[in-house]
Design a protein around this ligand. Structure first.
Ligand SMILES: [Zn+2]
Ligand SMILES: [Zn+2]
Length: 316
């Protein structure tokens, strides 16, 4: 049985707050894209994994977070240029919309404040605090967290995820993003099916197959003028691969990638194709948590053996 997974990094301003010069179009499209994606996913009855930045679920804050072990200056933008931009820092309204949607979405985590887990600047204490805080807030909302999407896909401190009882994370894609990925998959005929696997911490790595907005700007405009949308073509191919190979095809995006109606059309076309293939075949849609449950079920006692015996001393 093949399946398709869609995960979304839901972050609003938090995806950009540490950047010197945040891209305006993306920053300002977060709310719009969030609403469009919720509507489209409902329309096509596609449950997705929504990885939400925990801070968005707060009603307000002091802009300091003095008890959070982030590096000095980490929350500067909240107190500085975004002091009056509560729409970028908080979104209990939008998170409520995910939970109330008709589609049976998975509520997942994208950390508390979009700290990068893989770099040296994030030590164990900070990673732990990001998880702890995200889980605390989720708990207030009566939600638990099974899956984690690393900010900027910067995988690290997987032991912390396991310590907090999570079961899955989105691992790096074997396919390169953007134009080079298009070349690999179309010209070299590389499959976009991924193999979810239990790692040495007992977590299920559900690798990404494809970032849906890696082919933008002038190159996209030229490609679309002579051909069709290359990302739509790739997504269709990935969906077909899932059917043919009985494997998992995992697409991901940020709601803020939907900066214009052209982007909405891409998503609509992908979801319409998915709907068609679901109707014609036994293809299913799974969330990351669904995949984790299925894979852990298969792995059985293997998981326990790995947890007992093989945790590397250093971790990462
Ligand atoms: Zn804050
Ligand atoms: Zn992010």
């Amino acid at each position: 049985m093949g399946s398709v997974v869609i995960s979304l990094d839901a972050e609003l301003g938090w995806g950009f707050h540490d950047l010197e010069d945040p891209p305006d179009d993306r920053v300002e499209s977060g709310r719009r894209g969030w609403n469009v994606m919720l509507e489209l996913l409902d329309e096509f009855d596609v449950p997705a994994t929504w990885a939400v930045v925990g801070h968005l679920m707060l009603e307000d804050c002091d802009g300091r977070h003095a008890d959070h072990p982030a590096p000095p200056g980490w929350f500067d933008r909240e107190r500085g240029s975004w002091r009056d931009r509560e729409d970028l820092r908080f979104a209990p309204d939008l998170v409520t919309d995910i939970l109330r949607a008709d589609a049976d979405h998975e509520f997942a985590s994208h950390s508390f404040s979009h700290v990068l887990f893989g770099g040296e600047e994030t030590d164990h204490e900070l990673a732990d605090a990001e998880l702890e805080r995200a889980i605390e807030i989720a708990d207030i909302w009566d939600q638990s967290i099974d899956s984690f999407v690393y900010p900027r896909n910067d995988v690290g401190h997987r032991d912390v995820l396991a310590d907090h009882g999570l079961s899955a994370y989105r691992g790096k894609s074997p396919t390169r993003d953007g134009v080079r990925g298009v070349v690999d998959t179309t010209l070299r005929d590389q499959s976009m099916i991924v193999e979810p696997e239990v790692d040495e911490y007992g977590l299920v790595n559900v690798p990404a197959s494809m970032f849906l907005f890696g082919f933008e700007g002038p190159a996209r405009t030229v490609a679309e003028s002579i051909w069709t949308d290359p990302m739509l073509e790739l997504a269709r191919q990935g969906i077909d691969d899932a059917v043919d190979a009985d494997g998992v095809f995992h697409m991901w995006l940020h709601p803020n990638n939907l900066t214009s109606e052209r982007d909405d059309r891409r998503m609509r076309a992908i979801l319409a194709y998915l709907e068609r293939r679901r109707a014609e075949t036994d293809l299913t849609v799974e969330t990351m948590a669904d995949v984790a449950r299925r894979v852990q079920g298969f792995a059985g006692t293997d998981v326990t053996e790995r947890i007992d015996g093989q945790i590397p001393a250093s971790g990462n």
